[in-house]
Every structure is written in structure tokens, then in C-alpha cells.
Design a protein. Structure first.
Length: 121
């Protein structure tokens, strides 16, 4: 019976990739190639979706107006801005009410020190 521990030659060989990992890498490579080849029309479609589709018309008073056939897609616009200018920092404090997580009152510190002394002896 073996005593355990590291055995020479055990485990996966350096550089080994599982078949599903290889398949995923091939799929990703294919997708990147397709997107790269169609980048101009994809970008144009995203921008058009963000702007919306409209026709210029005249209202009953003869004023020029824009009539949307498809309203602007705010999510597409937000996506484009995030990609181009970077996503703005988002933070949300849901637990502390703005207090620092590591701020203890002097009373809390004394209680913790006493508890540690009681445990250690």
C-alpha cells in the first residue's frame, strides 16, 4: 500500500486541454472571425438602433417634425457609450449604511480584546 504523496508522472500532462475546452476555443475563434468580418454592418446596425428610425414630416401647422417608425433603443445607446467611453463606476452600499466595515467603537475593541485574553489565557 502506498504512503501517498506526490508520485512521479501522476496527473495531467503540461499543456493538456480537455476536449470540451478545445471545442469551446474553436467556437470562440470562429465567432470572433465572423464578427470581425461583419464589424462594419454590425456597428452601423447598433448605431442605427440606438438612434431609432424616423421619417421627417410636417405637422398640421407646417412645422417640420420627426416621426419615429422605431424609437431609439436606449440599451443599444448605453452599450455603445460603455464600449466607447468606458462603463461608469457603479457602487452600492447595501449593508453598512455608509459606515466603514472595519470601524469599531472603543467599547467594541475593549470587548474583543477581553474575549481574546479570556481565550488565550
Amino acid at each position: 500500500m502506498s504512503a501517498g504523496g506526490k508520485r512521479k508522472g501522476a496527473g495531467k500532462k503540461k499543456g493538456y486541454r480537455a476536449p470540451h475546452t478545445i471545442e469551446a476555443a474553436k467556437a470562440r475563434e470562429y465567432l470572433i472571425g465572423r464578427i470581425t468580418n461583419e464589424l462594419e454592418p454590425i456597428t452601423t446596425a447598433q448605431i442605427e438602433a440606438a438612434k431609432g428610425m424616423w421619417i421627417d414630416d410636417l405637422d398640421p401647422n407646417g412645422n417640420r417634425i420627426r416621426v419615429y417608425q422605431k424609437p431609439p433603443d436606449l440599451k443599444a445607446g448605453e452599450y455603445l457609450l460603455n464600449q466607447g467611453a468606458g462603463k461608469p463606476k457603479e457602487s452600492l452600499d447595501v449593508t453598512t449604511g455608509g459606515d466603514k466595515l472595519n470601524s469599531f467603537s472603543n467599547e467594541d475593541k475593549k470587548t474583543a480584546q477581553k474575549a481574546i485574553k479570556d481565550i488565550i489565557g
